[in-house]
Design a protein around this ligand. Structure first.
Ligand code: SAH
Length: 352
């Protein structure tokens, strides 16, 4: 059995040819898949025999809505999807004046261990297939009735840790016969896996790369992000400069503001030094409280922003959406996991 929605167009064409189908079938099947059919029988312009062959040979992924929450404050919609193997991931649809943006997950859990992040608390369970990432967009759009204009890969998981499937996803979601979402409408956020950033640079995609920096010095960054122990801030910044050189795309640096940890004036000044002379932009994120973490939100976000701006670094503060529905960083999955753990502790997964 093959997962048909993860296939590239070339692979799909080759697969259908092998089944003895004429060339024009490929586009028909591709379009149905990306419209979010829930069974092969819905592909009504295909021959009955082809539909039977597809049923026999292919898996059609259809995530179930395990939970759905809609913010009364701003209309943000949050989905907890149950995948075919029972694992869950989240997506969030945010409504802005310039269109709707979906935040998608790339993995079930995460290996990276960032101190402030709920997604990583129980480690990585598995990586998502391209179809499973794509399904979040297809089915959120179908279920909510909100046309999706923009995608941010800022949900659960580290997208560059799932490089090949993420790339496949980007190509599929970009296809004019599918969802047709332009690369310039896609952001990919990474904790800073430098080898993978280099690989991405080679591909010269027009997406926006967001780098989770969160601290301008190795000591603080190591405390917040274990990934920094392997590759420090200097090497990361060098990789980012190279990325810009190769792609001409400005990098957006994410900086979650943690009380008393990374929000001092000295750290703002250090950040300015780090970014001097390179076109970039800092996105300050008010820390979302994670129950299990002692880290608290900074009370100096505006001051920090002003200090950066005064020294010529553009900095915005991320607007909080969906605050009333835990619309952040793996918190819904976490709650669901806790509930299940309480019911059936024997099935708890070991760490990593
Ligand atoms: N693995 C990717 C995507 C993660 S989520 C990455 O590390 O970039 C997207 C952003 O949310 C990252 O910048 C991440 O560091 C940040 N984030 C995670 N938990 C957070 C929290 N509790 N409060 C604020 N930002 C958080």
């Amino acid at each position: 059995m093959v997962e048909i929605k993860s296939m590239s167009r070339e692979e799909l064409a080759a697969f259908l040819k092998e089944l003895g189908e004429p060339k024009f079938r490929e586009k028909q099947v591709f379009q149905w898949l990306h419209r979010g059919v829930e069974s092969f029988d819905e592909m009504t312009n295909l021959s009955k025999s082809l539909r039977e062959k597809l049923k026999e040979n292919c898996v059609l992924t259809v995530p179930k809505v395990a939970r759905k929450q809609i913010s009364k404050m701003d209309g943000t919609v949050k989905y907890l999807w149950e995948l075919s193997d029972g694992n869950c991931v989240e997506s969030v649809v945010m409504r802005y004046k310039h269109g709707n943006t979906i935040c998608v997950s790339s993995e079930v859990g995460c290996l990276m261990g960032c101190a402030f992040c709920a997604s990583t608390l129980a480690g990585l369970v598995r990586r998502l297939t391209a179809a499973e990432i794509l399904d979040q967009v297809i089915f959120a759009q179908k279920d909510s009735g909100l046309p999706i204009n923009n995608i941010v890969m800022m949900g659960i998981g580290e997208p560059l840790d799932n490089f090949d499937n993420v790339l496949r996803f980007l190509q599929l979601v970009n296809d004019p016969d599918g969802l047709n979402i332009g690369m310039r409408h896609i952001s990919l956020s990474t904790c800073g896996l430098v080898d993978k950033i280099d690989r991405l640079a080679e591909l010269d995609l027009q997406l926006t790369l967001s780098v989770s920096l969160h601290a301008p010095d190795d000591e603080t960054r190591c405390r917040l992000m274990p990934v920094n122990k392997a590759v420090g801030v200097d090497k990361l910044m060098q990789t980012c400069r190279n990325y810009f050189k190769k792609t001409g795309r400005r990098i957006s640096y994410e900086y979650a503001m943690v009380d008393g940890v990374n929000d001092s004036d000295a750290q703002a000044d250090l950040l300015v030094k780090l970014l001097k002379g390179q076109p970039g932009h800092v996105n300050l994120i008010p820390l979302n409280n994670v129950e299990e973490s002692p880290l608290k939100p900074s009370r100096r976000v505006r001051e920090f922003q002003n200090r950066l701006e005064r020294q010529g670094v553009t900095a915005t503060v991320r607007r909080k959406l969906g605050d009333d529905i835990d619309a952040a960083c793996g918190q819904l999955r976490r709650k669901e996991m806790k509930k299940n753990e309480a019911v059936k502790p024997a099935q708890r997964r070991p760490n990593r």
